[in-house]
Design a protein around this ligand. Structure first.
Ligand code: ATP
Ligand code: MG
Length: 595
């Protein structure tokens, strides 16, 4: 296996994390509250509040004048991208005003504030202002239709919704009578008309009438702060509740996993409607006082290269689907741009195939660093980081303060920790990291079932090699059992995406009377290749050569697109249900991405 070796020559700035063993051995979460105000888990002057640490504490010093958020407008002028900046002081002031708006409306600590917004300034103002108020923020992805919105808002017992006039009319008005807890709807864009009580309140009218002097609600590390719904890849999305103490994790992982330095220009491409876009698109960069790029438009390969170049992005956090779309757009497009400022690229959300890591090195000049975590973990747990060698295809090693293991569940409910390297089992974590979720909303029993014998069980299968690197095998639900073998879908998909014609691959197990299940693959092709029987045979041969007959797919179907969640993950359960003619289950997050 080829390793990407790192030397000091690969660093444009000295990484924050350079001695793996010493930093992990010396790490203690109890030391973190001292790092900055607002993280004090023991209470103290500012208590523990995500928004205090992310915004308030920066406002008065020199950091106040620094750009916190740079919004790239979705309308281009003369091919140039227009931008609007908010400084730390401006953002903090607006957040304080919004805290007062909530107070004027009688919205208290613990009440639930939902957002249904694109990536506009009001989204960030609402999140921070509500967290300051001690309210619980639940961001919804703005492309959801009325049903997924109504389901999540009723599970979450929303008190307030901040949205746009158009989304209110199209998606909320018709379901509002099903949401008895919803007291106020605030619209951000309709500034002219007076409040159309009782339907909607005008965000900016209420902001203008509020002062920016709003003392922060005294919150503790255990007070609820965020409610995130999972992606719905394996079934109905779950509502995972997080607390203000998670701020320690956001800070530490921003430092070690994303290697944030004070003068970075940082771009997290995830929407704040998903946990990545909140933990690493809103909170971690603000905690570190860097400038974040916020692109208001949807994916477009040329535009993304243009943003990386013209905004001088230095640290970029994105996802495998986006990388695959850039790969598909071809190297010629990338060659029209240069990225002299870019120094670190990370990816999360799905397995990152080895070829994509190499593509980064070839085409962007930097390898892509995969990392692993979940909505439930609230922050990055296992990661490749700037100073350490990458084994392409591996998710890296547990971060300082994270204890990860591979375990086997026993029938009596206990678990056996697998000490031997390279043995597959469930990826498990020792509770104690501060951003661990504190419940699945309305599903206490399911929450309890996620823990056994002092471990949190992730539902993902992985193995750890002799050097301590973790390798993703597949979700426990997706693993294929064939003739006594357990086949991880990622290994097969990785082999298929190694072939130059393949853009994206997904494999499932199809029932078979003799061997239990056989592997079936679905692939999409890169531009310039067309589907035909010869190519199918070639792909089957390619997979067999790489994987051996026992693991290779028995059949391959070349398709135009694969079903993804709106957060960008391939939905294998949907492929399987369609293939077997079974009910499709919860499809509230499905989106068809044409790759
Ligand atoms: P649901 O729980 O509703 O089925 P989901 O698990 O996709 O949805 P998220 O919490 O958004 O919801 O995603 C976390 C999951 O994404 C992980 O459990 C894992 O399966 C996958 N994942 C995240 N990062 C990686 C990675 N680097 N490599 C492989 N898989 C990853
Ligand atoms: Mg999950």
């Amino acid at each position: 296996m080829t390793v990407i070796h790192k030397t000091a020559e690969d660093w444009r700035v000295a990484p924050n994390f350079t001695d793996y063993d010493a930093t992990c051995a010396g790490f203690d979460w109890a030391d973190v509250p001292d790092v900055c105000a607002g993280m004090n888990t023991g209470g103290g002057e500012h208590g523990c509040n995500i928004a205090y640490a992310a915004a308030d504490r920066h406002c008065d010093g020199p950091q106040g004048a620094r750009t916190a958020l740079r919004f790239v407008s979705d309308t281009a002028t003369d091919g140039a991208l227009s931008t609007r900046d908010l400084t730390y002081a401006e953002l903090g002031g607006l957040a304080r005003r919004f805290t007062n708006v909530l107070r004027a409306l009688g919205v208290d600590k613990g009440d639930r504030v939902f957002t249904l917004l694109g990536r506009c300034p009001e989204l960030y103002i609402t999140i921070l202002g509500a967290l300051r108020n001690g309210s619980v923020v639940s961001p919804l992805f703005s492309a959801f239709g009325p049903e997924p919105i109504a389901t999540r808002m009723s599970i979450g017992e929303a008190d307030v919704l901040v949205t746009t006039k158009a989304m209110y009319d199209k998606k909320i008005a018709k379901v509002r009578d099903r949401l008895p807890s919803l007291r106020h709807v605030i619209v951000v864009d309709d500034t002219t008309a007076p409040d159309a009580e009782p339907a909607t309140l005008k965000f900016w009218r209420w902001m203008d009438a509020s002062s920016d002097d709003a003392p922060i609600e005294p919150t503790t590390a255990d007070d609820p702060a965020l409610l995130h719904f999972t992606s719905g890849t394996t079934g109905t999305p779950k509502g995972a509740l997080h607390v203000h103490g998670a701020v320690q994790m956001h800070y530490i992982t921003g430092r070690y996993a994303l290697d944030l330095h004070p003068d970075d220009i940082y771009w997290c491409t995830a929407d704040p409607g998903w946990v990545t876009g909140m933990s690493y698109g809103v909170i971690a960069p603000l905690l570190h006082g860097v400038t974040s790029i916020v692109d208001r438009a949807e994916f477009d390969a040329q535009r993304w290269y243009q943003i990386l170049q013209t905004q001088g992005v230095s640290v970029w956090y994105t996802a495998p689907t986006a990388i695959r779309m850039l790969i598909k757009a071809g190297p010629e497009l990338a060659a029209q741009f240069q990225f002299p400022k870019l120094r670190f690229i990370a990816s999360v959300g799905e397995p990152l195939n080895a070829e994509a890591v190499w593509w980064g090195k070839r085409v962007l000049g930097l390898p892509i660093h995969d990392n692993w975590w979940q909505t439930e973990t609230g922050g990055i747990m296992v990661a490749n980081t700037p100073a350490f060698d990458i084994k392409p295809g591996s998710m890296g090693r547990p971060l300082p303060g994270v204890r990860a293991g591979v375990v086997h569940r026993r029938d009596d409910g206990s678990v056996e920790v697998v000490e031997k390297p390279d043995v597959e089992g469930e990826l498990a974590l020792r509770p104690g990291w501060p951003s661990m979720f504190r419940g699945y909303l309305n599903q206490e029993e399911r929450y309890q079932r996620s823990f056994a014998d002092g471990w949190y069980l992730s539902g993902d299968l992985a193995k750890r090699d002799a050097d301590g690197y973790f390798w993703f095998v597949g979700r426990a639900d997706d693993v294929i059992k064939s003739a006594g073998h357990l086949i991880g879908p990622f290994e097969v998909e990785n082999a298929l995406t190694d072939h130059p014609a393949v853009a994206e691959a997904a494999v499932i197990g199809m029932p078979d009377p003799t061997v239990g299940e056989v592997v079936k693959a679905f692939v999409t092709l890169k531009d310039g290749y067309s589907a035909n029987e010869d190519l199918e045979l070639e792909l089957l041969g390619h997979a067999r050569k790489r994987l051996g007959a026992a693991v290779a797919p028995k059949s391959i179907e070349i398709v135009d697109s694969l079903p993804h969640t709106r957060s960008g993950k391939i939905m294998r359960r949907l492929l399987k249900a369609r293939e077997l003619g079974l009910p499709e289950g919860d499809t509230s997050t499905v989106e068809t991405v044409t790759l």
